[in-house]
Write a protein that binds this ligand. Structure first.
Ligand SMILES: [Fe+2]
Length: 551
């Protein structure tokens, strides 16, 4: 059975399975060059047609009836692929949950899904869910939080008002669910978080920027944004941002204070609010995890859904609940839905549990490098260049699936340099308040970071307090760093770190994704060479061939 699973909203992707084995995973943005690209998946469809046969296309949708999918996407897919089309449209959170559970390798766990929007049911939308899943893929829904769908109108004075559409039928529907149900708010945790992102003048999908800025915030005496799972709606309302084409939740107190740019002069107000949504949402996640681990007695927990990319919250959970074993899914956003829905589909139709790769998750094409010529460069030479302050880009094997660079499309730099951020920003041009991540030899990680009770953190899903003053280039203003611990499973990074350590006695390097400002992660060798030529990157290294390009 050859199945292509498609998600065509933002962060569009396809996952191609043959007899239950994931053969290929592609993101549209990596080929179109447009970050978070979605809609009609033109580029990846062409590539799939060229390389693979398909029996069935699985189309994922969060709505019972989505006019875009019905009238645009499905006819377009029919034209592209001459095969059966299955619409999978009711279990968005369960798809997230199956992916996280499968990759966690737990025998049984709770899976907490925290999402901006899941499946729409009539007049409510799921935003947070907790499932109990076991290795036979038997699952039980434990908790659901829905938000009430609202009807948005624009008033003469430009104000956007919302009318609550919640009604008796919806009430009846919620009563049929055999689990704890909440439905008292008009926005969930993720949208609460996005209110700070929107206030900062950013696209709401850029929550990572909010997380970066929150570290600059001061803890002030703010009003409570949650009461036992209920968003304090009095302070929030939704409006439709036509530029972004998204629902945005705003704190009413701040509606006039939206900025177009966070500067070193105006940042404090925005940072204080970002700090507050960070603090209060992570408190709410902790409350949920505590409540349901106590209630079920299950001490293994997976976190998934867009909010699970929040490395600060993940760190807070690890620190607060040492008796709980956590798995944070790195493909937590909707990118993972195409894989999760295939797992569900295979299990239901074929009664098989598909095979997906576990440890690191690189799953696009493997490119032929035979036409690339350069100077010889082994790990020792690369380490030596890094001690000289060179910016080194790495291109190796298949690209990372998720948003973090984990070794195959990375830019490396000396973490000891206090000015590292400014130097790397010549290439990346990121906002001044955002930190850079680090790689560290797993065996040395406790020398540099308070790892709490953990031995490793291989997927950059947690930030840790820095306990060394040797690595200012990767230490954020709040004294933390998002890290990837490296062992010899990623041999080129492992060897570079060991060689760098021999030269400097430090086994940490700055590691950021290989891309230009505002562009998606590099996919092909051609894109890599072009970016190398157009930017201030000093060296482009191909570890598979032990060669490099220099300027
Ligand atoms: Fe989602």
């Amino acid at each position: 059975m050859k199945i292509l699973s498609v998600l065509a909203s933002h962060d569009a992707s396809v996952a191609y399975f043959v007899n239950g084995k994931l053969e290929c995973f592609l993101k549209e943005e990596r080929f179109s060059g447009i970050k978070k690209d979605g809609g009609i998946i033109k580029c990846v469809a062409e590539l799939i047609k060229k390389n693979y046969d398909i029996d069935t296309v699985l189309v994922n949708s969060v709505a019972i009836y989505d006019p875009y999918i019905q009238s645009n996407l499905i006819p377009w897919i029919k034209k592209q692929f001459d095969c059966e089309i299955v619409l999978m449209r009711t279990e968005h959170h369960l798809c997230h949950a199956f992916l996280a559970f499968e990759k966690s390798k737990f025998e049984e766990s709770l899976v907490v899904v925290i999402d901006r929007n899941g499946t729409h049911h009539e007049k409510v939308t799921e935003v947070e869910s907790i499932f109990k899943i076991n290795k036979n893929y038997d699952f039980e829904t434990i908790y659901k939080n829905f938000v009430r769908t609202t009807h948005i109108t624009v008033q003469e004075d430009g104000m956007h008002l919302s009318e609550n559409l919640f009604d008796i039928e919806t009430h009846q529907f919620l009563k049929t669910l055999n689990c704890d149900v909440m439905c008292d708010s008009s926005c969930g945790m993720t949208q609460m978080y996005e209110s700070a992102t929107a206030l900062m003048g950013q696209d709401i999908h850029e929550a990572g920027k909010t997380m970066g800025l929150s570290a600059y915030g001061k803890n002030k005496n703010y009003k409570k944004l949650f009461y036992e799972g209920v968003v304090n709606s009095h302070y929030f309302f939704k409006y439709f941002d036509q530029e972004q084409e998204n629902d945005v939740c705003f704190n009413k107190d701040f509606i006039d204070d939206k900025t177009s740019e966070i500067t070193k002069d105006n940042y404090q107000f925005y940072a204080d609010y970002a700090y507050q949504v960070q603090k209060q949402t992570q408190e709410e996640v902790l409350r949920l995890v505590k409540k349901y681990t106590n209630k079920t007695g299950i001490k293994k927990v997976c976190l998934v859904g867009g909010y699970a990319l929040n490395v600060v919250c993940n760190s807070y959970l690890i620190k607060s609940l040492p008796d709980v074993e956590f798995y944070f899914e790195p493909i937590a956003d909707d990118t993972g839905i195409t894989i999760g829905s295939s797992l569900l589909f295979h299990q239901r139709t074929e009664n098989i549990i598909p095979k997906i790769p576990y440890d690191t998750f690189f799953h696009s094409f493997k490119y032929d490098l035979k036409n690339i010529d350069g100077e010889q460069a082994d790990e020792k030479q690369i380490a030596n260049y890094l001690t000289q302050g060179k910016i080194v880009a790495v291109f190796n094997g298949q690209a990372e699936v998720g948003p973090r660079a984990l070794g195959n499309r990375s830019i490396l730099f000396d973490a000891r340099d206090p000015d590292a951020k400014n130097k790397i920003n010549k290439v990346k041009n990121r906002e001044w308040y955002r930190p850079f991540a680090a790689i560290v030899l797993e065996k040395d990680s406790k020398k540099y970071f308070n790892m709490y009770h953990l031995e490793s953190s291989p997927e950059m899903t947690i930030s840790f307090p820095v306990i060394s003053n040797e690595i200012p280039g990767v230490t954020h203003v709040d004294g933390t760093s998002r890290i990837q611990t490296i062992n010899n499973s990623i041999s080129h990074f492992y060897n570079v770190l060991n060689e760098f350590k021999k030269l400097t006695n430090v086994s940490v390097l700055l590691n950021t994704s290989f891309n230009e400002a505002g562009k998606p992660l590099i996919e092909t060798p051609q894109q890599a060479i072009e970016t190398f030529k157009n930017t201030d990157i000093d060296i482009l290294w191909f570890p598979e061939k032990n060669i490099m390009l220099t300027k």
